[in-house]
Design a binder for this molecule. Structure first.
Ligand code: GLY
Ligand code: MN
Ligand code: MN
Length: 521
């Protein structure tokens, strides 16, 4: 598997070129053609004819509309209403090189997934464009459709060719699945430039999604007369709107979140089942990571973010993803992990487990404080509560416990004041973030619609307080040092309160111990 990739920008893949003989000058073979010096691709006309013939007719599968299609139509209509008369460009993004001629698995940009319903592996280089129309916008999905068997791409293109990466959908296939009219990607440049001028159509593109598309857009809107700063603002406003569009999840999205949570719980069960093996392994944290990530691939697309498998003091490093430590009996292990399902919605759940299956007295004390902070946060979740007050509720408990334990340099009340915040030494992160297609979803939303906003039914976010006492923190008694606890659940705001989507994964210490006993036999 080492064929050189020959992407969109290399319309004519190189024909077989003899590698430079030792001692010949490098210029005999262009640098760009040397990605795979091992490859000798046949190129005779006879071979080209031979490989293009003798294949069974493609069976037309005529797919029906995907289950997301009615929902994505509503989402596009909401976006359309925000930008009347403008052209909106939402790229899926390109394949990304991992090294030399190998790419990462393709994951489309979350805004593209949200507006098209396309998920796993679909569709590199595709671009959704909302063209202004009399009654709103006409959506068109531009992409690179399945190439014919008579094309060089069919057998010779390691990045896009059917021999290498499998058959792509046809224009009709993707139109049927998404409910969006489709067009070949090579028509994009002209379509973007149509009617652009000083008094013409304004064009906005999602920033940082696809550099090649951004270049095309910039070329198209060169005629607009708008300054670079104005264009950057135009694009930032689009990103903001796309982020805000996802603050309240629709019924289809909530179903995807439930599926992501269910798969994630299966992942945590696999982790507990394999804890004995983790203890026996010199890099036990990797056993935990691999256990969870295996389930993520089996049950979903992959993980929604790098799994955190942090044993002992590693749990006090918030994003410990190196996961190369031992897992010791008697310690706690913090696992922060989420399965991203095929539609790309992800869960984000943390459990902190006693490696032996039983909390020690001090571990239980810290764990219970974090649990009480989480419960206090849950207790205020209902429509009308401000998002920031969920965090405030958790912090009241955290500060109170730290005061009880004599760790604060002042009273809890003084610490909770804006000019205090001493308790945050042991929990520097926030309590909640929106969750959905991105683990930190809706990140470009305006503050007044996020932190300062009132909760609404359909919002999904995490509640994830923690306490982290580093091994070298001389301000805490020795018995606390090296203990890190986070408990993270995924919450849906309902009409009159909330639903803890991850409630099926035990979180109370006795329940955790019983659940672990059950899984470990
Ligand atoms: N796993 C990242 C977070 O909890 O926000
Ligand atoms: Mn989180
Ligand atoms: Mn997390």
């Amino acid at each position: 598997m080492s064929e050189q990739s020959t992407g969109a920008n290399a319309p004519t893949p190189p024909t077989a070129t003899a590698p430079d003989a030792p001692g010949t000058t490098p210029s005999a073979q262009a640098l760009t053609e040397r990605g795979s010096n091992r490859s000798q691709r046949p190129s005779s006309a006879a071979f080209r004819r031979f490989i293009s013939e003798g294949w069974a007719e493609r069976t037309s599968t005529a797919p029906g509309a995907g289950p997301a299609a009615p929902y994505t139509a509503v989402r596009r209509a909401r976006l359309s209403a925000l930008f009347p008369g403008e052209r909106l460009v939402v790229p899926a993004g390109p394949l990304v090189t991992r090294s030399n001629d190998t790419d990462y698995r393709f994951r489309p940009h979350s805004a593209f997934a949200h507006l098209t319903g396309l998920g796993t592996d679909q569709e590199p280089d595709a671009v959704l464009v909302l063209h202004p129309a009399d009654d709103g916008h006409d959506a068109v999905l531009y992409f690179r459709p399945l190439a014919g068997r008579d094309s060089e791409e069919f057998f010779a293109d390691a990045r896009y060719g059917e021999f290498w990466v499998g058959a792509r959908p046809s224009l009709d296939d993707l139109a049927a699945v998404t409910g969006i009219p489709t067009a070949p990607l090579d028509g994009l440049a002209d379509a973007l430039a149509k009617d652009v001028g000083p008094d013409g159509v304004r064009v906005r593109v999602v920033p940082a999604a696809d550099d090649d598309v951004a270049d095309l857009v910039d070329r198209a809107r060169a005629a607009s007369g708008r300054s670079e700063d104005e264009l950057a603002d135009d694009d930032a406003e689009l990103a903001e709107a796309l982020s805000e569009l996802r603050l309240v999840k629709d019924e289809h999205e909530v179903a995807q979140m439930r599926a992501a949570v269910a798969a994630t719980i299966t992942g945590f069960e696999r982790v507990v089942t394999n804890l004995g093996r983790a203890v026996a392994h010199p890099r036990g944290e990797r056993v935990i990571e691999a256990s969870f990530d295996g389930v993520a691939r089996e049950e979903g697309n992959t993980v929604g973010y790098e799994t955190i498998a942090a044993s002992g003091d590693h749990a006090t490093t918030l994003h410990w993803i190196r996961n190369d430590g031992v897992v010791r009996r008697g310690d706690l292990v913090l696992i922060d992990a989420g399965v991203e399902v095929e539609t790309l919605y992800t869960a984000d759940i943390t459990r902190t487990l006693p490696v032996d299956g039983t909390f020690t007295e001090v571990q239980r004390r810290v764990y219970t404080a974090v649990l009480e902070a989480a419960d206090a946060a849950f207790a205020v979740v209902r429509p009308g509560t401000r998002f920031r007050d969920v965090h405030a509720a958790a912090m009241e408990v955290v500060a109170a416990r730290l005061e009880e334990w004599g760790l604060l340099p002042c009273s809890a009340a003084e610490s909770l004041a804006p000019e205090g915040q001493f308790h945050r030494r042991w929990m520097v992160h926030g309590t909640s973030h929106h969750l959905g297609l991105d683990v930190h979803d809706c990140a470009q939303a305006r503050r007044e619609l996020y932190l300062d906003a009132e909760l609404e039914p359909g919002m999904v976010f995490t509640i994830e307080p923690g306490l982290y006492f580093k091994a070298d923190d001389l301000t805490v008694p020795e018995e606390y040092r090296g203990i890190g606890v986070r408990i993270e659940d995924d919450v849906l705001v309902t009409a009159d309160g909330y639903e803890n989507l991850s409630a099926a994964l035990p979180r109370r210490p006795d329940d955790v111990e019983a659940w672990m006993r059950g899984l470990r036999g």
